[in-house]
Design a protein around this ligand. Sequence first.
Ligand code: E4P
Length: 214
Amino acid sequence: MKFFLDTANIDEIREAAETGLIDGVTTNPSLVAKEKRPFEDIVKEICQIVKGPTSAEVIATDYKAMMPEAEKLAKISEHVVIKVPLTRDGLRACKTLREQKIPVNVTLCFSANQALLAAKAGATYISPFIGRLDDIGQEGMALISEIADLYASQGFSTQILAASIRHTEHIRQAALLGAQVATMPYKVFEQLYHHPLTDSGLQRFLADWKKTQA
Ligand code: E4P
């Protein structure tokens, strides 16, 4: 499973990238708005740090306006992946961008039928939002499972990018179900390392070692 960081914060991206375990980054307009810096500067800097797929979302909602916006973003770096919403215009833009060999992440996916449309439009990644489905009392993980079955049975190569991840359990389950990518907040990435028995075990090893040095 590839690990993407779901943030536009450069400090978090630098910290996480140091581990060598981060394969890419996803941003969205809400994450970018928190940084109070020009969008294109942020995207450029992320691509220089991570050197892996970096999703940058178009703001326009109609096809004609989306295309120049997407083409401008794609010129920032070879690592830029254009993020489009799962709408009629978004999928039309996806199809055109893929014909130009530009990678596309189709975002805001909440149903298997939407994922089917995105795959038919040639999406590189489909982003089902697990946490937001959980938030309204539906089982987000069931959607990952359904899309994985659907893509396998139809032979689609679109990668499942598990998004809107709230905790480490989401990552474990999405990995078991075969999602190729998980995008996670920095906090969740850090939590993946931790287990109380690792901490107490290490403390005991170090204390015992100290005794041998007396
Ligand atoms: C994915 O690319 C989105 O940026 C993200 O996962 C949305 O998550 P949220 O529901 O926590 O805002």
